[in-house]
Design a protein around this ligand. Structure first.
Ligand code: ZN
Length: 386
């Protein structure tokens, strides 16, 4: 896999650019360098415009991110892809109200930018003696200038706004739709419905694009189909994990280790994270790096109690795999002791989680278009071919 490059941080949020983004740059060089007579100046114009457009995309994603932060939801990073920006927000908010607000915060940024551009645009129109909005369009087809940049930027924000408000999951409008449906039919079914609507609209985009020979539309359509599918599957896996009890997957490791045991004893069966128990109760965790470090520290007989981590957090046998995984993430832990009525029952580790996750979602790149859509699409294509 090609890794994204980090270009900066804003309020702790990493801003990344995916290497495939270079393709867009190439396309801009080609489009502006060859498509117009402006030569170098036109290319420069194209690159500046690209920079500004993706600046707007980053601001849009920051809109989502800041709103998420305000609801106490962590934001990992924002990555720029050729198809746009993606903000990785810790966990999709379970509360519909928060989800609606977070989804709308992105488009709201585009509204703000477009409104802010209105006064300079009006001024530019007056100076250039424009009589109607059509004059702006006419102007940009013939000029590469700061004025043309303003006009393009305005249109870009209007397009970003309209496109993102499409009720096609995973666009922002689709998220709003999902949140509204969640209140009525529950999150899992709401997601399935929103994914279906999104994929149907995507097929519409593909057909429209082929019909009018506007080939960016089928690309966007494919993007929507794939991302909607991935998102839908993530929710399916999530609800499966909410149903599974962590007790089923905890490993019984001989009842853990006692505090008075010598440290070397912890190495039986290889270095690993072990729960420390006293009379069946969990009193600490012995992390594998602590064991190795403790043994490194010098000679003498050290006991488990000397190096164990007594800030212990346990989970209950009936907690869901999903909740436990969230806790492990928040606490930055690789393993959690599982108890039943306060008694140690086993350990749940990150490895176990990966195992469960793999069982639930066997192949990451498998996706299918719903049967109905496939046949509808073939019918349409056949009709179009005649
Ligand atoms: Zn958005």
């Amino acid at each position: 896999m090609v890794r994204s490059r980090t270009i900066g941080h804003i309020r702790g949020i990493e801003i990344n650019v995916h290497p495939t983004f270079a393709l867009v740059l190439l396309w801009v060089f080609f489009q502006w360098g060859r498509g117009s007579d402006g030569g170098f100046l036109a290319m420069l114009f194209g690159v500046t415009l690209l920079g500004l457009v993706f600046g707007c995309v980053v601001l849009h994603e920051l809109g989502h991110s800041f709103m998420a932060l305000q609801h106490g939801i962590r934001v990992h990073d924002i990555t720029l892809w050729p198809m746009g920006g993606v903000a990785r927000i810790e966990q999709v908010p379970a509360r519909p109200r928060a989800e609606v607000l977070i989804a709308l915060a992105g488009p709201a940024v585009n509204v703000a930018i477009a409104v802010a551009l209105l006064p300079p645009l009006a001024l530019f129109g007056v100076i250039s003696g424009f009589r109607s909005p059509g004059d702006y369009l006419l102007y940009v087809t013939e000029h590469v200038s700061p004025g043309a940049l303003l006009v393009y930027l305005f249109f870009v924000n209007v397009v970003l706004l309209l496109f993102n408000l499409l009720p096609a999951f995973p666009m922002d409008g689709g998220r709003v739709l999902r949140a509204l449906l969640t209140a009525m039919i529950g999150r899992e079914r709401a997601t399935r419905a929103a994914v279906m609507v999104g994929q149907a609209m995507a097929v519409g985009l593909i057909v429209l694009g082929l019909w009018y020979q506007e080939y960016s539309l089928p690309l966007i359509g494919l993007f929507v189909i794939v991302t909607a599918h991935v998102e839908g599957r993530a929710v399916k896996v999530e609800s499966a994990m909410r149903r599974l009890r962590v007790g089923q997957f905890a490993l019984w490791d001989m009842g853990g280790i006692a505090p008075h045991h010598p440290l070397t004893y912890a190495l039986r069966g290889g270095p690993r994270d072990v729960a420390v128990t006293d009379g069946g109760r969990v009193v600490g965790m012995l992390w594998r790096n602590q064991v190795l470090h403790g043994l490194n520290g010098g000679a003498g007989i050290r006991t488990v109690a000397d190096v164990m981590d007594s800030a212990v957090v346990t989970v209950d046998i009936d907690d869901s795999v999903y909740d436990v995984q969230q806790r492990m993430n928040q606490l930055n832990r690789w393993a959690m002791p599982v108890t039943e009525d306060g008694q140690y029952r086993g350990i749940f580790t990150a490895d176990r989680f990966v195992h469960v996750y793999r069982q639930l979602s066997p192949s990451p790149f498998h996706f299918r278009v719903p049967q109905g859509l496939t046949s509808a699409l073939t019918e349409l294509l056949r009709a179009w071919g005649r």
